[in-house]
Design a protein around this ligand. Structure first.
Ligand SMILES: Cc1ncc(COP(=O)(O)O)c(C=O)c1O
Length: 403
């Protein structure tokens, strides 16, 4: 089963560097080796030397990463998967049966929506999308006896909405359902949903946890909650083994290495994002800035309570609408035009067509004047300079030379 934790009272960075990452007892190597093996020699039939039988079931490199992440999320056990979506799929299929119902925040990653609607929907799982900031709407959407999972993403992708995790947890538990929080945007450094009553955290470890845009991965971290009399940890462990979308040892090594510097990186991401958000809202080409660190953000007070910082993602709306947003996204030089986020390098994304194409034309569509910035850890004056020249390119669109 995924690795159990023994989280003490250590500081975050100490835990990030040491939990699950003990030096190799055989050689003293400071960094635990990458166990690039599919299977493990047995000393007799079913006599396992180190508890490992076959790497789909468990692998020491994966186990180390799972323990490290679970300790940081203050969870009971962690499970690593081949991608964030694979983690979400495994969790949902571990819990749900046909006829069950999910309540989910309407403003979230388009791929999660696609999974829930177009994959699980075909297997008879229903869902209702609600405004995640409206707890009455969340409660009203719950269906007695069939709602099994409440799914929340906060901050949300890409509108940076902030929802009340403890409020969602109360509604879930009153209904006998589980609260799952996608903690990808905040990372455990800035927010630990299990401490606010969530039962499960999911991650795209592709993002801030890996941190360097060089690995794809996902994770599920569970509390010691049970669902219908069975520990959630056991349900997920079974699904991970039986359906097999596990993360490989190389990918777990990269994710574990990234996780060690998460705190350092997040501080810098957040400082850069705050500075750019403050600057962006003064720019005439920008009609709105979505960043929970700004005092005018509707979720600012809640974020200040629930989080330990406001994160590295800033979304902006362009005064010139869709043409301006497209021009802005295609004019940056340091900010690379790309899907994904959370790496040390800054990225820019035209969300409505790049990450949320699957919900285009629906009530969940992302505004076409919106551009999402994943603010990296470069020098902030260089980032500001890049955005300044991109805004100048947008201005030239509005008033072409000679007109
Ligand atoms: C908030 C969020 N959750 C989940 C995912 C899916 O993760 P992955 O791309 O690793 O499958 C993403 C990917 O962009 C995301 O932004």
């Amino acid at each position: 089963m995924g690795s159990q934790t023994s989280a003490g009272q250590q500081g975050f960075n100490t835990t990030a560097i040491h939990a699950g990452q003990e030096p190799d007892p055989l050689t003293g190597a400071v960094i635990p080796p990458i166990y690039q093996t599919s299977t493990f020699i047995q000393d007799g039939i079913n006599v396992l030397r180190g508890g490992h039988e076959y790497s789909r079931g468990s692998n020491p490199t994966r186990g180390g990463f799972e323990a490290q992440l679970a300790a940081l999320e203050k969870g009971h056990a962690g499970f690593a998967f081949a991608s964030g979506i694979a983690a979400e799929d495994a969790l949902l299929r571990a819990i749900l049966v046909p006829g069950d119902h999910i309540v989910l925040g309407a403003d979230g990653y388009g791929g999660t929506n696609r999974l829930i609607n177009q994959v699980l929907g075909r297997w008879g799982v229903e869902n209702t999308a609600v405004d995640a900031t409206d707890l009455d709407a969340v409660r009203d959407a719950v269906r007695p006896s069939t709602t099994a999972v409440l799914w929340l993403e906060t901050p949300s992708n890409p509108l940076l909405g902030i929802a009340d995790i403890a409020g969602w947890a109360r509604i879930a538990h009153d209904a006998g359902a589980l609260l799952v929080v996608d903690n990808t945007f905040a990372s455990p450094y800035l927010q630990r949903p299990l401490e606010w009553g969530a039962d499960v955290v999911v991650h795209s470890t592709t993002k801030y946890i890996g941190g360097h845009s060089d690995v794809l991965g996902g994770a599920v971290v569970v509390s010691d909650a049970s669902y219908q009399g069975q520990p959630v940890a056991e349900l997920v462990a079974f699904q991970q083994f039986a359906a097999g979308a596990v993360a490989g040892p190389q990918d777990c090594y990269l994710a574990a290495r990234g996780l060690k510097t998460l705190g350092l990186r997040m501080d810098r991401h957040a400082a850069n994002a705050q500075a750019l958000a403050v600057w962006l809202r003064e720019q005439p080409g920008i009609s709105a800035v979505h960043y929970p660190g700004l005092p005018e953000h509707p979720g600012h007070e809640l974020a200040a309570r629930q989080m330990d910082g406001f994160g590295g993602i800033v979304s902006v709306r362009l005064a010139g609408g869709e043409p301006a947003a497209r021009r802005f996204a295609e004019s940056t030089r340091l900010f690379g035009l790309s899907v994904s986020l959370g790496g040390v390098e800054s990225l820019v994304c035209y969300s409505s067509e790049m990450t949320h194409a699957s919900v285009r034309g629906s009530a969940l569509a992302v505004p076409t004047d919106l551009v999402r910035l994943s603010v990296g850890v470069e020098d902030v004056r260089d980032l500001r300079g890049d955005l300044e020249q991109a805004l100048a390119a947008v201005a030239s669109l509005r008033s072409p030379v000679g007109v």
